[in-house]
Design a protein around this ligand. Structure first.
Ligand code: AGP
Length: 612
C-alpha cells in the first residue's frame, strides 16, 4: 500500500504535494519522492526513508512548478532504496510515473522493453510502466491519456498510476484497477490521491473513479474515460470527513480499518502465486528441488500472533508436504539447545521484521547451519535482511498495535509455502494444488461476507463489556484460532482471556466455568475424526455449568447448545482459520471500544518489540 498524490493548478505544486504526502505517510514510509512539471525536463527528487529525508534533500533547490506528482512507498518489489523510490522515469527524464499496487506481469514487460533498448535503473515493477508509457505516448503522437489507456490494457495485477510529461507539464493522467484513486476538485486547481486525506485541506469536492477509469486532469478541468476512450460522467460528492478520519478511511480506528482491509490484503498476497502450469510461484525461496527434498524438518520461530500463524503452518505443511514441522516460541527456542542442522528449514514469521526474540532465535538457528526463510510484512527490515530468503506478505502498513491483516496474510503465506514444498517433494500434483489455490482465491470474498454481517456481533459484544474473563475453545486448526482470539482480547480489552484445545477442558480448565462465564467456541468445519461432534459435546459441558456460549460456525453446520451463533462461510477445514479469526478480531475490537480503551495503542504494548 503506497500513498500517491497529484496536483495541477494556480499555486506552487511543492506545497500541496508535500502536505499531501505527509497525510498519506500512514500508507507507507519506506521512501518518498516527487516529480515537478518543469518544461523540457522534469524535476525529480526521491529518497529512501520517511518524508523528512526527502524534505531535507529538497532544501531550497525547488524550481517553480505548478504541477507535479508525489509518492510515499510501502515497498513490495525491490528494497526501500533511493533508486527504487518513486517516481520512476523514462530514459529521457521527460515522463514520470508513480504507482500503488502490484504489476503482476512486470518481468515479461521489462524483458520486452529492455529488448527495445530501454535502460532500467531500479528493481521495481513500476519502472516498467514508465518505459512502456514513453513508447506508447510516442505512438499516440504525444497523447499521454491515450498512452495510459493502452498501457492499462497490457498490465495485469492491481494498480493506481499517475503520470506526467514535461512536454505538457500541467496535464496529469491517472488510471486505477483494484487500487484506490480519488479526484479533488478545486477552484483553478485539481488534485488526485490515494485517498481524500491528501487534499482535504484544499477542497471537500471529490470524484471517485471506477475500475479501469482513466482521468486526465488540468488546472481547470478533469475528463474521465474507460480504456476504450468512451467518456464517463464524473460523479461528484462532498467529503464529510476531517483529516484524521480520512487517514483512517472514515473508520474510527486504524484497527477497524485494517480488519476491513483484510480481503484486499489476502488477495494481494495471493497475486501471481500460481502460474499457468499450476505451479506455486515462490521464486524468492531460493531453495532447489533437491534441497527441498533433502529437508529433514522445518522449525517455525515467532512470537505472539505470528506464533499462532506458525501453529497453523504446522497443520498445513505437515498435511500437504508430509514433512515434520516444529513450532517454537522464539523467546524460548535457543535456550533449550535445539537440534538444528543444514537439513533444517527455519521459517521466521514477523510482521515488523524487528522482533528481537525472533531475530535472536533466527541467528542461533543460522549459526547451527539451518536455512532461514522469513515471512515478513516490512520490506528490508532486519529479519529478512538476515535471512537466506523472504516471502513478503502484502498487507500494507499495519498501524494498529493489535495485528489483524498481517496475521491473515501470514497464514496465507505459510499455506503457499506448504503447497510449494508439497509440489517440490512430489506429494501434491498440479491439479491438487490448483484446487486448493482456488479455495484460497475465494477467501477474500468470504471475508467480505463476514464483514458485511458484523453489526449483530458488535452489538452482542457490548453485552459482555463487564465480563471479567472470556474463554476460547478450538480443536485442530481451531485451537490456534482460540489462542489468537484470547490474545486479541487480552491486549485490547485488558481482561483475562484464555484459549484452550477443546479436548483439554476436562483436564482442569473446566473448573473455571461458572454461571455466566462467556465461552467462545470455534466449531470445526470437519466431520473428520468427529471433531465437530466432539466440540458440540464440549459446548454442552460448559453450558451445563452455566456458561454463555458464542459459537463460531460455518453456514452449513448444525449447532446445538449455543447461546449465540456467529455464522461464517463454508470453507475447507484447513482454511477455516482465515475466516473464523475475523469475528474474534471484531469481538476484541468492540470490547476495547466498549471499555473505553485506546484501541490502536493499547497500554503497555508496542507495535514492534525490539528488546528481548
Ligand atoms: C499481536 O496482536 C501483537 N501485537 C504481538 O503479539 C505481535 O504479534 C508479536 O509481538 C510479534 O510481532 P512481529 O510479528 O512484528 O514479530
Amino acid at each position: 500500500m503506497c500513498g500517491i498524490v497529484g496536483y495541477t493548478g494556480k499555486q506552487s505544486a511543492i506545497t500541496p504535494l508535500i502536505e499531501g504526502l505527509r497525510r498519506l505517510e500512514y500508507r507507507g514510509y519506506d521512501s518518498a519522492g516527487i516529480a515537478l512539471g518543469t518544461p523540457n525536463k522534469l524535476f525529480i527528487e526521491k529518497r529512501a526513508g520517511k518524508l523528512a529525508n526527502l524534505e531535507a534533500e529538497l532544501g531550497v533547490k525547488i524550481p517553480t512548478a505548478q504541477s507535479g506528482i508525489g509518492h510515499t512507498r510501502w515497498a513490495t518489489h525491490g528494497g526501500p532504496t533511493d533508486r527504487n523510490a518513486h517516481p520512476h522515469v523514462d530514459n529521457e527524464g521527460k515522463l514520470a510515473v508513480i504507482h500503488n499496487g502490484i504489476i503482476e506481469n512486470y518481468t515479461q514487460l521489462r524483458t520486452e522493453l529492455e529488448s527495445r533498448g530501454h535502460k532500467f535503473e531500479s528493481e521495481t515493477d513500476t519502472e516498467s510502466v514508465a518505459h512502456l508509457l514513453s513508447d506508447l505516448r510516442k505512438s499516440h503522437k504525444g497523447d499521454l491519456s491515450a498512452a495510459m489507456r493502452e498501457a492499462a490494457k497490457y498490465l495485469r495485477g492491481s494498480f493506481t498510476l499517475l503520470a506526467i510529461h514535461s512536454d505538457a507539464p500541467t496535464i496529469i493522467v491517472g488510471v486505477r484497477r483494484n487500487s484506490p484513486l480519488v479526484v479533488g476538485l478545486g477552484d483553478g486547481e485539481n488534485f488526485m490521491a490515494s485517498d481524500v486525506a491528501a487534499f482535504i485541506d484544499y477542497t471537500k469536492r471529490a470524484v471517485e473513479l471506477g475500475q479501469d477509469h482513466v482521468v486526465t486532469m488540468t488546472p481547470s478541468a478533469i475528463s474521465i474515460t474507460d480504456l476504450e476512450g468512451n467518456a464517463v460522467v464524473p460523479k461528484e460528492y462532498e467529503i464529510t470527513w476531517d483529516a484524521s478520519a480520512a487517514q483512517k478511511g472514515g473508520f474510527s480506528h486504524f484497527m477497524l480499518k485494517e480488519i476491513f482491509e483484510q480481503p484486499k490484503a489476502v488477495a494481494d498476497t495471493l497475486v501471481g502465486r500460481l502460474d499457468e502450469n499450476n505451479h506455486i510461484v515462490l521464486d524468492e525461496l531460493h531453495l532447489s528441488k533437491q534441497e527441498i527434498q533433502n529437508l529433514k524438518k522445518i522449525v517455525v520461530l515467532a512470537c505472539g500472533t505470528a506464533y499462532h500463524a506458525g501453529m497453523l503452518a504446522k497443520y498445513a505443511i505437515e498435511k500437504w508436504a508430509k514433512i515434520t514441522v516444529e513450532v517454537e516460541l522464539a523467546s524460548e527456542f535457543r535456550y533449550r539447545d535445539p537440534l538444528i542442522d543444514s537439513q533444517t528449514l527455519v521459517i521466521a514469521i514477523s510482521q515488523s521484521g524487528e522482533t528481537m526474540d525472533t531475530l535472536m532465535a533466527l541467528r542461533h538457528a543460522k549459526s547451527a547451519g539451518a536455512r532461514i526463510l522469513a515471512v515478513c510484512n516490512t520490506n528490508s527490515s532486519t529479519i529478512p535482511r538476515e535471512s537466506d530468503a523472504v516471502l513478503y506478505t502484502h498487507a500494507g502498513p499495519e498501524i494498529a498495535v493489535a495485528s489483524t491483516k498481517a496475521f491473515l496474510t501470514q497464514v496465507i503465506a505459510v499455506y503457499l509455502i506448504g503447497l510449494h514444498l508439497a509440489q517440490e517433494r512430489v506429494v501434491l500434483t498440479g491439479v491438487q494444488v490448483k484446487e486448493i489455490f482456488n479455495e484460497l482465491l475465494e477467501l477474500p470474498s468470504k471475508i467480505e461476507q463476514i464483514l458485511e454481517t458484523v453489526e449483530p456481533l458488535r452489538e452482542l459484544t457490548r453485552g459482555f463489556a463487564q465480563s471479567t474473563s472470556v474463554l476460547f475453545l478450538g480443536r485442530n486448526v481451531g485451537f490456534p484460532v482460540a489462542l489468537e482470539g484470547a490474545l486479541k482480547l487480552k491486549e485490547l480489552a485488558y481482561m483475562h482471556a484464555e484459549g484452550f484445545a477443546g479436548g483439554e477442558l476436562k483436564h482442569g480448565p473446566i473448573a473455571l466455568i461458572e454461571e455466566g462465564t462467556p465461552v467462545i467456541a470455534i466449531l470445526p468445519a470437519s466431520h473428520e475424526h468427529g471433531l465437530d461432534e466432539k466440540m458440540l459435546s464440549n459446548i454442552q459441558e460448559v453450558k451445563a455449568r452455566g456458561a454463555l456460549v458464542i459459537v463460531i460456525a460455518q453456514e452449513s453446520a448444525v449447532v446445538t447448545g449455543a447461546t449465540h451463533i456467529i455464522r461464517i462461510p463454508d470453507a475447507p477445514s484447513l482454511l477455516q482459520p482465515v475466516l473464523a479469526t475475523v469475528p474474534l478480531q471484531v469481538f476484541a475490537y468492540e470490547m476495547a471500544v466498549a471499555r473505553g480503551n485506546d484501541v490502536d495503542q493499547p497500554r503497555n504494548l508496542a507495535k514492534s518489540v525490539t528488546v528481548e
